[in-house]
Ligand binder design. Structure first.
Ligand SMILES: [Zn+2]
Length: 137
């Protein structure tokens, strides 16, 4: 039986810099030049003050698990081989939150407020996904 391929995020003009940086192993997020707030996911204008003066800045790549779930069944078929896996919302040090996966530990070890840092997992030639692993003490 052939395993279906995983869905690939769409790339457009305002997300292209994000994916290009991820390919190079860098996590970048947007920051509004007018209200100085960090923005994630990538947008064409600031969701807080509607300014279009947005710049890309490097994230520290560190954060904590805000919330998570462990997928043990009913995963989309392309993800069956990954089960069990962790889908999490990680709050970066900059304050923005990202939906992601926590990898590099047993799913049962993941907990809220757990310190994590970014790693990169190549999905296709174009798309590399930022994921997170526990910070080792
Ligand atoms: Zn703004």
């Amino acid at each position: 039986m052939n395993t279906p391929e995983k869905p690939v995020p769409p790339v457009n003009s305002w997300t292209a810099p994000y994916w290009e940086a991820a390919r190079k192993g860098k996590l970048i997020i947007q920051k509004c030049r007018d209200c100085q707030k960090y923005i994630f996911y990538p947008r064409m204008s600031c969701p807080f003050c509607f300014s279009d003066r947005i710049e890309w800045v490097q994230s520290s790549g560190r954060g904590t698990v805000y919330t998570y779930t462990i997928v043990r069944n009913n995963a989309p078929s392309a993800f069956l081989a990954d089960m069990p896996y962790v889908v999490a919302v990680v709050r970066l040090e900059e304050g923005v939150q990202m939906m992601t996966n926590v990898v590099g530990c047993a799913p049962e070890e993941v907990h809220c407020d757990m310190p994590v840092e970014v790693i990169f997992e190549k999905l296709t030639e174009e798309i590399t996904l930022p994921k997170f692993k526990p910070v080792k003490k």
